[in-house]
Design a protein around this ligand. Sequence first.
Ligand SMILES: [Zn+2]
Ligand SMILES: [Zn+2]
Ligand SMILES: [Zn+2]
Length: 164
Amino acid sequence: MDKNKAEHKSRLRDAGLKVTRIRMAILDLVMREQRHMTADEITAGLRRERVPADRVTIYRNVDRMIRGGLLVATHMPGRALRVGYCSRPTGPHHHHIVCCSCGRLAELDGCVVRDAWGELKDQVQERTGFDLAGHRLQFFGTCPNCLAAGRRVEPCPDEVHLSS
Ligand SMILES: [Zn+2]
Ligand SMILES: [Zn+2]
Ligand SMILES: [Zn+2]
């Protein structure tokens, strides 16, 4: 068994999910692709690898894996939900960045707003009266490959709402 497979297995188990062929195949695919993908793209990818799974099954598994933190979900208005690979679902808090041009999904080490968190927290608490427990934050822009190829997304749609 290769290293990736062993890691997929332990991640599924850590998330309290049963290890199944479909879940293993989904993790393998999104890890290899290094971009966020729609459930339909995942279905097509699995079909190419001859993993028998219908669309509904894939959707259900993707959903479970998002909730388990194994997949990071990105939402764009009017577009299908996309998911990508998170290498540290139970690891330290961190953030992800998405390329609006090619869909590449990368991870950032640590929390990039850590230094500003105290002030941010105060601001949000003052405005809302909430006692803040944490945040989810996702970045988007144009990746170095797309920049080099002249595929800069400008302006990156600021109406885009991304979660996680
Ligand atoms: Zn991650
Ligand atoms: Zn790109
Ligand atoms: Zn953070």
